[in-house]
Design a protein. Sequence first.
Length: 55
Amino acid sequence: MSQDGVAELARRIPGGHMVTIPVGHLIHRAAPEAFTKAVAAFLLAEENTHPARQP
């Protein structure tokens, strides 16, 4: 799928967005800091939106 197609999918998901880190398919190896920052930001946003249920 093209970057434009991925951007369109992200646009259609409520609260969705696309992060592009231009390093290829092995992003976690080629740019581990940028990958971790993007994933952590997503997880923190989700945690703030949907807090984990406490038993």
